[in-house]
Design a protein around this ligand. Structure first.
Ligand code: NDP
Length: 282
């Protein structure tokens, strides 16, 4: 047994990806969505070992709390102070974070080379932290982190500055004025839940998203209004599907100690999006 612990996660495609992988490898495993309210997260995490789970993914809003409650943090989870994957080892909870690996997988698959480039990041939440770490590992020169709450962007820089010494992290406000830096960025990554759909406009000048730029929106599923707009103006675009698949593959390997069947997961994702599973379950 493995699963995903989160709140408001009816849209998640993770069970489809993992269960398809288990079936393809004829493994007697199952991955279940576990809806957990913030006040119950401690009991839920402790219950994993009691219920003989091998582990779980953790998503909004529990990633930081999962890192706090884990008995041990390894690798990226320790650096980020957030865990998206827990593994039960001899009754102990070991926290990992496969989101940076997921974003690096997205970059590789989309063919985005960030060596020496300037990146504009919208948002400074959990996903943004993982993306900055991944960008630094891939050799980005400068990352502008723009956030509605500037103090959160400063916190991000504080946490990561020693770890990503070769990449300069600059912070600013996510508003029309602050977002003028996007003009000079070769890559723009949206790490907020706003994507220009349903009247939720990002407070940036969309005309900066044009030819010669890469624009990535971490949202997955149907292409967001932001990406449609950027593509129309000649930018190259990618959604967060690649990140979802690659972080899932890395979690799969941690639990099962086997390489994930990436093609099977990719196909399961494609079919779920085609069926409109996310929209249907919201
Ligand atoms: P968090 O809640 O940790 O952070 C949300 C961020 O969005 C914050 O920077 C927040 O700013 C900003 N934000 C939220 N609402 C608004 C608004 N109305 N106006 C301006 N800024 C806003 O979420 P995550 O970082 O975990 O997730 C962000 C997005 O990335 C989500 O859409 C999520 O689905 C996606 N994601 C995709 C993954 C994938 O595998 N493809 C993996 C992880 C996340 P403030 O600090 O001011 O509140």
């Amino acid at each position: 047994m493995v699963g995903i612990i989160g709140h408001g996660i009816s849209y998640t495609l993770s069970p489809a990806l993992h269960n398809a992988a288990f079936r393809a490898l004829a493994m007697n495993w199952v991955y279940v969505p576990l809806r957990v309210k913030p006040e119950h997260v401690h009991a839920a995490l402790r219950g994993l070992a009691a219920l003989d789970f091998r582990g779980a993914n953790v998503t909004v809003p529990h990633k930081v709390e999962a890192a706090r409650l884990a008995d041990e943090l390894r690798g990226e989870a320790a650096v980020l102070g957030a865990a998206n994957t827990l593994v039960v080892e001899d009754g102990r909870l070991v926290g990992h974070n496969t989101d940076p690996t997921g974003f690096q997988g997205l970059l590789r698959e989309a063919g985005v080379d960030v060596t020496g480039v300037t990146v504009g990041l919208l948002g400074a939440g959990g996903a943004a932290r993982s993306v900055v770490l991944a960008l630094a590992r891939e050799g980005a020169r400068t990352v502008y982190v723009l956030n509605r709450t500037e103090s959160r962007a400063l916190e991000l820089r504080e946490r990561l500055k020693g770890v990503v010494a070769s990449t300069e992290i600059r912070v600013g406000k996510l508003d029309k004025e602050g977002a003028k830096v996007l003009r000079d960025c070769q890559l723009v990554v949206n790490c907020t839940p706003l994507s220009g759909d349903e009247g939720e406009e990002l407070p940036i000048d969309y005309s900066f998203l044009d030819e010669g730029k890469w624009v990535i929106d971490l949202k997955y599923g149907r292409r967001s209004a932001l990406l449609r707009f950027a593509a129309q103006r000649g930018a190259r675009v990618a959604d967060g599907g690649g990140m979802l698949i690659h972080q899932a593959a890395a979690s799969f390997a941690l639990w099962t100690e086997k390489p994930a069947p990436l093609e099977v997961m990719r196909e399961a994702y494609r079919k779920a999006v085609e069926r409109g599973d996310m929209e249907a379950k919201r």
